[in-house]
Design a protein around this ligand. Structure first.
Ligand code: SF4
Length: 167
């Protein structure tokens, strides 16, 4: 997997101070994409998991990590993304993990494959759905268009319905 970028610290990609990993490659092709170069699976540099985890562990200000892109949960990227999340949680058990995906929660659940189910067990907050330029709203927090939801994934899995996080 390649990565399109990495922020050591950010407060605009989820609640609290977070490290942000942008993976490369995305199959959605949303018109008005905010990160068009990251649609290319060959864009950016090789993802070095240990190097990124070392940077995260060494930073006392962080309370979580956000994975964005590109598309973290497409079939090409999801195995390495799950592996990364598990290792982050091993190193920092109190961290919460946000993940941006162009797939909706329902689309991910409908896959019904083991790696996607594992990803959903590890992700705390999923910002889901493609960016829709007709629904673009710059006043929204942590998302670009109003169709996208900020989902509390453990509660979604427990209740069987889409539970949105108040931000
Ligand atoms: S899902 Fe995100 S990265 Fe992919 S095309 Fe849409 S806006 Fe761009």
């Amino acid at each position: 997997m390649k990565m399109a970028g990495f922020y050591d610290e950010s407060i605009s990609n989820g609640l609290g101070w977070r490290a942000v990993l942008f993976v490369s490659g995305c199959p959605h092709g949303c018109p008005g994409c905010h990160n068009k170069e990251a649609q290319d699976f060959n864009y950016g540099e090789e993802f070095n998991k240990q190097e990124i985890i070392d940077k995260i562990v060494d930073n006392p200000i962080l309370r979580g990590v956000t994975i964005s892109g590109g598309e973290p949960l497409c079939k090409e990227n999801i195995p390495e993304v799950v592996d990364f999340i598990k290792d982050v949680k091993k190193a920092k058990p109190n961290f919460n993990v946000w993940c941006y995906s162009g797939y909706t929660l329902e689309e991910l659940q409908a896959r019904n494959d083991s790696v996607t189910n594992e990803a959903l067990k590890e992700i705390d907050v999923l910002v889901d759905g493609e960016f829709q330029i007709g629904k673009k709203d710059p006043t929204l927090k942590f998302r670009g268009s109003s169709n996208q939801r900020i989902l509390d994934v453990p509660k979604c899995l427990k209740t069987g319905s889409a539970v949105e996080l108040a931000v």
